[in-house]
Design a protein around this ligand. Structure first.
Ligand SMILES: Nc1ncnc2c1ncn2[C@@H]1O[C@H](COP(=O)(O)OP(=O)(O)OP(=O)(O)O)[C@@H](O)[C@H]1O
Ligand SMILES: Nc1ncnc2c1ncn2[C@@H]1O[C@H](COP(=O)(O)OP(=O)(O)OP(=O)(O)O)[C@@H](O)[C@H]1O
Ligand SMILES: [Mg+2]
Ligand SMILES: [Mg+2]
Lengths: 260, 260
């Protein structure tokens, strides 16, 4: 029975997609069955695992608005055990189109619930916003994993994000919990990086009940280069610091769920 | 008569806000009258110049949906010559609320057109999306300035952005042009940074008709620290490389318009 995790933060460029791709890749390399759902019209997660928007005809848009099933749209990637529901150009219009639709916040939930028994992990890469796509992810998910760039603007955005999570818990998905906060693009040599990390650990704790992960992801150019090869860095650059960090994160996540 | 520039890129974290704040600050320090419009519900530009969302009651939401005028909502900042239209919490709901409203793409245009003669530059900080808020910015603007992080995902997003600009030119604002492309968070020591820069200069040219600026903004931690002090880096850290780059950018922009 898959655990469904929404990887979300309305702040842009904090490593949501890089985390979705590499945590997904690391879990697959460890033998788990992983489904990666690209919910961002930019389609970065799709291209980052080898399925750019221009090369696919059916994807998550069809799941949300055309009644398609996961079987209709999921595809293999070059990583054994890692499947993808890709983005197509049509997704750009999805949020506006969903506004008037019945059960508009539950579309993704219905589709993913039907296939939970086929995977161990379902990771949903969210766009940098708190709109209907992210809400669909929060309703479909068991938990929210929050990547957080160790800088001021990202920290400032947390209260808005937690507010939205609370709203979803109240009205749409009472079972939603926080999976944890992941410090990304960390540079501990700077005061800023150390201060943001200290404040975040202080505010959220470090427990397995949604606290800050002990693993932090360092800035490492290999992680930024990998997408141009259509492969997760954990596959394409097996020994770089970024890869080691995401493998460590996968282990910590498994340990939190008694699977290590 | 102000030149109105939308600072936009749907890719997150590429330096839209940092550019809005510091280009605005540099132009104000050079004696120009600048209005900074924060159009992103995250409210980063507002807090970055000292007016966080929690401390203001009226802002750009009221301009778009309550019939307020610029006079009602614009405020001074600690930088002489730099005014701000801030973000309030209400803006989170604006895109959904605008969907059914009359003239929904022209709201910002009407408000800003009325005060063009009071400023030399109006800079609009856009959110990481191509939704109704960004469309409002494109309809209000004379030009679009595109900050571009010198990495793969940001480059991949350019075609979608140019597509939206073309759509707006066709249906809503035929006079809209590209102000230019600005390479940000650049690290020329990496292959990735050099390759993305070369490809971008190749694709867009380097002319004053919307080409890539000669100025590039380096990664410099002072630019990330300044927002926590509520001041642009060009004021708070007058001699750092990031500040020098944004002052250089302001000069290059002025030269492009025969004002240097
Ligand atoms: N640890 C890292 N080291 C180096 N580069 C990184 C790292 N994490 C992410 N990047 C790069 O930083 C940029 C932003 O990361 P990413 O696209 O994953 O963030 P995001 O939160 O998904 O952005 P968006 O809000 O646009 O969806 C990308 O170019 C990515 O390749
Ligand atoms: N040249 C730079 N050097 C160092 N840090 C920078 C630089 N430019 C921006 N930053 C930092 O990088 C992060 C992203 O920048 P910024 O918020 O300006 O991007 P953005 O495009 O406005 O993001 P969003 O898509 O979320 O609106 C911020 O923490 C910012 O302080
Ligand atoms: Mg992303
Ligand atoms: Mg911004």
């Amino acid at each position: 029975m898959a655990r469904i995790i929404a990887i979300s933060n309305q702040k842009g460029g904090v490593g949501k997609t890089t985390t979705s791709i590499n945590l997904g890749g690391a879990l697959a390399l460890a033998g788990h069955r992983v489904l990666l759902v690209d919910l961002d019209p930019q389609g970065n997660a799709s291209s980052g695992v080898g399925w750019p928007r221009t090369e696919v005809e059916d994807g998550v848009y069809d799941l949300l608005l055309e009644g398609a099933s996961v079987d209709d749209v999921a595809r293999m990637t070059d990583v054994p055990g890692l499947e993808l529901i890709p983005v197509t150009d049509a997704l750009v219009g999805a949020e506006v189109e969903l506004v008037g639709e019945m059960g508009r916040e539950r579309r993704l939930h219905s589709a993913l619930d039907a296939v939970r028994d086929r995977y161990d992990w379902i990771l949903i890469d969210c766009p940098p916003s708190l709109g209907l796509l992210t809400i669909n992810a929060f309703v479909a998910a068991d938990s929210v994993l929050i990547p957080l760039q160790a800088e001021y603007f990202a920290m400032e955005g947390l209260s808005g994000l937690m507010n939205t999570v609370a709203q979803v818990q109240k009205w749409l998905n009472p079972a939603l919990v926080r999976e944890g906060v992941l410090l990304t693009l960390q540079d501990r040599r700077t005061n800023l990086g150390r201060e943001v990390e200290a404040q975040t650990r202080e505010a959220f704790g470090e427990g397995s009940d949604g606290g800050v992960f002990m693993t932090t992801i360092p800035r490492n150019v290999r992680l930024a280069e990998a997408p141009s090869h259509g492969l997760p860095a954990v596959v394409w650059a097996k020994h770089c610091p970024g890869t080691r960090a995401y493998i460590e994160l996968a282990d910590e996540l498994l340990a939190r769920h008694g699977l290590r």
